[in-house]
Design a protein around this ligand. Sequence first.
Ligand SMILES: O=P(O)(O)OC[C@@]1(O)O[C@H](CO)[C@@H](O)[C@@H]1O
Length: 378
Amino acid sequence: MSDAPVIRGTDPHSFPHSVLAERHPALIRKVQGAFPYGPEQRRALEELLKSAVDGVVEPPDDDEWWDTWDVRRYAGRSWFDLPFLAAESCFYRRLLHAVGYFRPGPWQGVDPFRPFKLAELDTPEAAAELTALDALAEQPPREQLRALLHGSLWGNRADLGFRIQSAEETETASQLVADDTEQLTSLLLGADVLCLVADNAGRELIPDLLLIDHLLAHGLIDRAVLHLKPYPYFVSDATTADTLDAVRHLVAAEAAAGHRLWSALSDGRLALRAHPFSCAPLPYADMPDDLREEFASADLTVLKGDLNYRRLVGDRLRPPTTPFASTTAYFPGPVAALRTLKSDVIVGLAEKTEDALVKAEGRRWRTSGTHALIQVRP
Ligand SMILES: O=P(O)(O)OC[C@@]1(O)O[C@H](CO)[C@@H](O)[C@@H]1O
């Protein structure tokens, strides 16, 4: 089904259109308010704002990323005509360029999203995650693992880009539209090496790290490899700096997990990766050989979040009942997705599940973030 239509924002009533027309401008405004950028950066951000709303894609001459991933060909086209995945990826690259993230100088490497990510660590929700750990220790082992997996799954609801548009955080109607928890638990219990492809920093990364810590501390796995973004992307996506912030936060909160994660990083049981492909506007089906080998060498790869899901199954409008297993057959090893539903893409649904969702909500269930899934291809 690789000829299923690629998702684009052309239709003004579509979800991608709303992301490009509303979420991106709102994000620029937020970034403008978060830093005392100088005149040059302010000008560049204003230009990007204009371009995002009614302009065209203008790749900067001095940024080779556009050549590396062959996206300079989109120059002069409306953001809304591009494949949605490419439009978003190009937007974030332009935003970083505008604030001087890549340019040698005082603002080089200053993450424009860092204030928002740091604020996430100090929320009551993040604190509750830690408090819940004590009670969890009383539970039977399989139940503990299940709870940590679900904590990691629902942590995915916390991305800032999503919340820019959907102000309220609805706890009601939360449900799994596909639930391979048992299969995932069994795979984890038989794994030595786990690759976890992280999504967001802050409130999502904390439960991800707690899950990894649990698996290592209980000897359920020997080694974990945490895949991060090499630089800021999609607002809250986790980088190495964000991971260190999260571990430091756990240590400062005197969580035993924080100290154990620190040791695991130091002795190599927890390894960090930041592959350039992690910020590529491409599906995982196009991953380079070295990344393919990395995933192939793991007993299980768990991909977190909506963006990773879109890249795993392809950002296309497939029939929702398309099997997850055949869609991910190209992936070089056992793979699992933990994702809250925040975009149109979906595969692997039972027909009756799809029918019930459509009947109850029309299309809203696809993008509202109130539903989630755990899907596994052993
Ligand atoms: O990968 P994440 O953090 O779960 O979600 C990222 C996301 O919110 O960003 C896009 C819109 O900006 C959506 O397609 C997608 O749902």
